[in-house]
Structures are given as C-alpha cells and as structure tokens.
Design a protein around this ligand. Structure first.
Ligand SMILES: C[S@@+](CC[C@H](N)C(=O)[O-])C[C@H]1O[C@@H](n2cnc3c(N)ncnc32)[C@H](O)[C@@H]1O
Length: 214
C-alpha cells in the first residue's frame, strides 16, 4: 500500500474532525446543498469515498450509488452511516477502477484531486471518464489554501507538487502530497477530458464540474 493510503488508514477514526472546523461551516452547508442537488436521480460512482461523509449526503436522493476507497478502515465507518443501505461499497484504487459496466452517469471525488501527483492527473482523469457512461457528469471538490485554516505547505518538489507535514493523534508524523490548484488550472485540466468545465470558488473550497466526452 502506498504512503497516502496508509496515512488515511491510520487517520480513519479522527478524519471527520475536519468537518467540525468552525470557519468552514458556511461553505460546507453550501457544498452539501450543491452535491445533494447535483446527484438527485443520478447513478453515482464515488471515488476515494473515505468515511462516507459525502456519500451519506447524496445517497438518499441518488438513483444508485457505488463508492470506492482503498481502505477498509474508512469503509467500515462509511457502512455505519444512515443511508449506507443504498450504497454498494467497494474496496479498490481510484487509479485502477474496476469495470463497472459504465452504468454510472455521474462521478464524484471529494478531497481527492489534491492528492493526485501532477504527473498522474491526466491519466487518472482519462480512466475516470472511461469508468462512467459517455456524457456523464464529472464532479470534484477540494480545499483552497487559506492562511490560518489550512496546514502550511512544508515543501514543493521539482514537478510542482506541494506537501504538508501532518501529525496524527498517536504522534506519528506524515508528509502528505496536497496540491492547491488554481481556477485556470482546473478548467484547463477538465477541458482536456470533456466539455463545459465550470469552477465555483467558495472561501475554503473549490467545486469543479464538467461533462465527460460523449
Ligand atoms: C482526503 S480523504 C477523502 C475522503 C472523502 N472523499 C471526503 O471527502 O471526506 C482521501 C481518501 O482517499 C483514500 N485513498 C487513498 N489512496 C487511495 C487510492 N489509491 N484509491 C482510492 N482511495 C484512496 C483514503 O483512504 C481516504 O479515504
């Protein structure tokens, strides 16, 4: 298992604390409303679903939900959520999405784009669009860097990826790749993998949507 997956396995029980940060509450309510509405009536494939915080928000209104994550530790929490009965949870990598028959007409990944190394992003997006139905709705949201709220960037590598030094409750230290793409970069990237790219910028989050090629 790679470093990132191992870090999130260890963090599973403390993960949802990020959703209690007071300064992010207004944005979270806005994002939750967007996500709920966007996936109403849709067959959604969610990648890197984690503890199912977002899965639980849209599952009740969605037509069908498949949610994938690399770690059993987070999937166990996701399976305990209110609307979990509606969801098919799968353990697997977002970089090797299983063949699900391209039945999903929407794809979601929250807080995942930022962890994809820049030199893997295009290959990842290409395989993600091929995992869902032609013309599917693609949606990604993630953190914007906010001084005083975000963990500071500790280092940048030669490819332009940024990293944060994070500590878990057990005292273990982890260097985590976490990128903060700008609006133009998001639009350019999405436009290489479909059409109609749109970014909504909230103070703490960005939300990117587009349509997969037909
Ligand atoms: C930042 S969390 C996001 C969780 C959830 N989407 C959310 O927004 O609350 C990143 C998730 O990616 C998962 N993960 C790490 N590497 C992965 C991989 N290669 N494929 C799928 N999931 C992976 C971790 O287990 C973790 O649950």
């Amino acid at each position: 298992m790679d470093k990132l997956a191992a870090y999130y396995a260890k963090r599973a029980a403390e993960y949802e604390r990020i959703y209690a940060k007071p300064e992010r509450q207004a944005d979270l309510r806005t994002l939750e409303a967007r996500i709920r509405k966007m996936f109403t009536g849709r067959k959604v494939l969610e990648l890197a679903c984690g503890t199912g915080y977002w899965t639980d928000i849209f599952a009740a209104q969605a037509a069908q939900v498949t949610a994938l994550d690399m770690n059993e530790e987070v999937l166990e929490i996701a399976r305990s959520k209110k609307n979990a009965g509606k969801v098919r949870f799968l353990r697997g990598s977002a970089y090797e999405i299983p063949d699900l028959g391209r039945v999903h007409d929407a794809l979601l990944a929250g807080h995942w784009w930022s962890h994809v190394p820049l030199d893997r992003l295009d290959a990842f997006l290409e395989s993600a669009t091929r995992a869902v139905a032609p013309g599917a709705l693609m949606a990604f949201f993630d953190n914007r860097y906010v001084d005083g709220s975000s963990t500071p960037v500790s280092r940048r590598d030669a490819q332009g990826n940024s990293y944060q030094a994070r500590t878990l409750d057990d005292g273990s230290a982890h260097e985590v790749l976490k990128n903060f793409p700008g609006e133009g970069e998001l639009i350019r990237c999405a436009s290489r993998h479909g059409w109609g790219a749109n970014v909504e910028l909230l103070p703490h989050y960005w939300l990117l949507t587009w349509w997969a090629p037909k």
